[in-house]
Design a protein around this ligand. Structure first.
Ligand code: C2O
Ligand code: CU
Length: 458
């Protein structure tokens, strides 16, 4: 009798509630692009060059179109972007469109989605973004060296009707490891970087400068788009003294605007802030407080003069499901993140005991997912180091950290996993193809912490 009762309880708790989770998700973001016929064309050339950066002295970098950060590409939702890319670097490379749901063949993953672009060769990327937001692009070949040398830029996909901010500001955070000669330290993937949280630099820049400042007038309402383009460093931007609301994370709008608490901006992450400027005649220093004992200055905001107040409804009212029932669902797969000795660098970073070798032409997927189906995935960090895990081709929702439920009002494409921590995420892949999943600490990725998620039609 007892048994029957227990079984009955188990039986009524276990029927799959995933259809509800799929329903909750419906129309959160579009399945298909809706091109409206407009083509926006850019040319991008990657080459070695010298720029005045960091402290204004000449710095030898690798750059897109001769500047670091590279050009900001801007399209409006519905536009088709065509980028003719030419590689003038001494190495092969690709461009990956981080966070953009592109057709798989445009994803820039060497060997998997395209052959790497050889020195002197060109490749044309073309796609119609499905989502408006703050995205970025960077190489996916030897990225711990190529991104560090200065190859990255923003891709901004504007809303069909952009909200009427008085101005839009983009801040790209990076840190540089400079040698005694003031140039980029030329050894990459060192045992030190690999055994720790990647390559952390000794000079932090915002838009390539250590003295970035912004002058705004009281009454203005600005949209600040932040990107962390560092190889390994994580920032916790502190805008104390400003009325700053988070409106979008990793491109997509949030369900509701939220106050900027401590947000850990890991490599790859973007944060869009809606800032109402109040009170004139003052200066504020924006600090990074990721390591509370060692804060870093990022930039300065000076409030000078007054402008007519700009009031409009926050654009952060996207459909982001709570998925509170998600934790009742079984974990479909648990990824184990760890390190071991061995490999080309002496240390390998592994996912489920495997170290990815980027030069190989064939990869068995680490996991196969059905398109359109809700899944709960768990990541268990068996190491003491940080791993910002990034998924290509899809967005996910953080459901729990160390089994403690979390309801962030936004999706992500990158989430920081702390040492020895486990996280659960929920997602519904909408785009079929072979998508990379990797740690965005680029040294960890280079030393093996990458795998593929294959999304198949059911
Ligand atoms: Cu910025 Cu494979 O990613
Ligand atoms: Cu990592």
């Amino acid at each position: 009798m007892r048994w029957v009762l227990v079984l009955a309880i188990v039986a009524c708790r276990s029927p799959s509630t995933t259809p509800d989770l799929v329903d909750e998700f419906a129309n959160a973001y579009p399945e298909k692009a809706t091109p409206d016929g407009k083509l926006v064309e850019y040319e991008i050339v990657a080459a070695e060059t010298e720029v005045e950066l960091v402290d204004g002295k000449p710095l030898r970098v690798w750059a897109y179109n001769g500047t670091v950060p590279g050009p900001t590409l801007r399209v409006r939702l519905g536009d088709t972007l065509r980028v003719k890319f030419t590689n003038k670097l001494p190495q092969e490379t690709t461009i990956h469109w981080h966070g953009v749901r592109v057709p798989n063949g445009m994803d820039g993953v060497p060997h998997a989605t395209q052959p790497p672009v050889q020195p002197g060769e060109s490749f044309t990327y073309e796609f119609t973004p499905k989502d408006a937001g703050t995205f970025w692009f960077h190489p996916h070949v030897r990225s711990s060296e190529q991104v560090e040398r200065g190859l990255y830029g923003l891709l901004i996909v504007e809303d069909k009707t952009p909200p009427p901010y008085t101005r839009e500001v983009t801040w790209i955070l990076d840190d540089w490891l400079l040698g005694p000669d003031g140039q980029i330290f030329g050894r990459f993937n060192t045992p030190h970087d690999l055994a720790h949280d990647g390559r952390w630099g000794n000079a932090i820049t915002v838009n390539g400068r250590t003295d970035t400042s912004l002058t705004v007038a009281s009454g203005e309402r600005i949209r600040l788009r932040l990107l962390n383009a560092s190889n390994g460093r994580i920032y916790a931007p502190d805008l104390a003294g400003l009325e700053a609301k988070v409106i979008a994370v990793d491109g997509l709008y949030a369900r509701t605007p939220s106050t900027l608490e401590r947000f850990e901006l890991a490599p790859g992450n973007r944060l869009d802030l809606d800032i109402t400027i109040k009170g004139g005649g003052r200066s504020l220093v924006v600090m990074d407080r990721f390591i509370p004992q060692r804060p870093n200055r990022l930039a300065e905001i000076d409030v000078d003069g007054a402008a007519p107040e700009r009031t409009f409804q926050s654009p952060a009212r996207a459909h982001v499901p709570a998925w509170s029932g998600g934790l009742a669902q079984p974990v479909m797969h648990e990824f184990k993140l760890d390190a071991r000795q061995g490999g080309a660098f002496g240390i390998e970073w592994t996912i489920d005991g495997k170290a990815f070798a980027g030069h190989e032409h064939h990869h068995d997927p680490g996991l196969v997912l059905d398109r359109g189906k809700w899944v709960r995935l768990r990541f268990v960090n068996a190491s003491a180091r940080l791993h910002p895990i990034h998924l290509h081709g899809m967005f996910f929702k953080l459901l729990a950290r160390d089994s403690v439920p979390i309801d962030e009002p936004f999706f992500r494409d990158t989430v920081l996993i702390h040492g020895r921590e486990s996280i659960d995420i929920g997602l519904i892949p909408l785009d079929a193809g072979d998508w990379m999943m990797h740690c965005h600490i680029l040294e960890h990725a280079e030393a093996g912490m990458m795998t593929m998620l294959a999304v198949r039609e059911k």
